[in-house]
Ligand binder design. Structure first.
Ligand code: FE2
Length: 245
């Protein structure tokens, strides 16, 4: 994971542990998945009718050009792949994993943002786990980032995640610069935001939300508060599968 909060990474003698706080999962997506998702998104964008049907912007907080629901057939092809990742993330937390054995994908959407767009601070409700994967970046954004790096607090085009309060020897945010193929999993309640950039072109990502339920019986999940920033699940994508099945 490349970000600006790597503690002490050049020091060979002292290793700093940071075992508290929320877990962020990270991996590289297969090229075939990136191509499938981009093709699906391009196909939706190319059709006025599809763009209207897939429009998800009323349910999301982004101040961006387009937010579009991922086609169910595209998502379903990759559901077993994401199921494995989500299972690995959940099972890395034994205190939580017993109650979250059945994985239910509730929605998935693309975010198409262009120069000046941004995504305000928010979190995802009505789910347990969420994620983001990066599908494309504007050509030439590396140049913008080189200039940004001369600043003491580079942010353009990056995502920032925030948890708790800053304390002595304890940070409360992590900034991550997107790379095509990078994929991150995080808990629903993690505040995050995306900063604008100036380079012309598209920054494209996808996200989806996941419920976890006990394997035997999916209990009605009704203990989450309804909040202004709620991301309401569309009925277009709603299927479930069991880990290891
Ligand atoms: Fe988000």
């Amino acid at each position: 994971m490349s970000h600006y909060s790597n503690l002490n990474q050049d020091n060979k003698e002292l290793k700093i542990y940071r075992p508290f706080g929320p877990s962020i999962g990270h991996c590289k997506l297969p090229q075939e998945l990136i191509e499938d998702f981009n093709k699906d998104c391009d196909g939706i964008v190319a059709s006025k009718e599809k763009s209207k049907i897939h429009d998800f912007s009323d349910d999301l907080v982004g101040n961006v050009k387009q937010e579009l629901i991922i086609s169910p057939e595209t998502f379903e092809k990759w559901a077993p792949y994401f199921q494995k990742l989500m299972t690995a993330y959940i099972e890395a937390h034994p205190d939580n994993s017993r109650e979250l054995q059945k994985i239910v994908f509730k929605s998935g959407w693309y975010v198409r943002s262009f120069e000046g767009d941004f995504n305000p601070l928010h979190y995802h409700t009505n789910c347990h786990v969420s994620c983001v994967g990066y599908l494309s970046l504007p050509e030439g954004i590396e140049e913008e980032w080189k200039k940004e790096d001369q600043d003491h607090y580079p942010t353009a085009g990056g995502i920032e995640m925030q948890f708790g309060q800053v304390h002595l020897f304890s940070t409360n945010t992590v900034r991550i610069r997107p790379k095509v193929g990078d994929y991150y999993i995080f808990p629903w309640w993690m505040y995050h935001m995306v900063y604008p950039f100036r380079t012309k072109g598209e920054r494209r990502s996808f996200s989806f939300n996941v419920f976890g339920a006990p394997r035997e019986e999916q209990k009605k999940i009704n203990y989450y508060p309804t909040l202004i920033f709620s991301i309401i699940m569309p009925s277009l994508i709603d299927f479930s599968c069991h880990p290891n099945s």
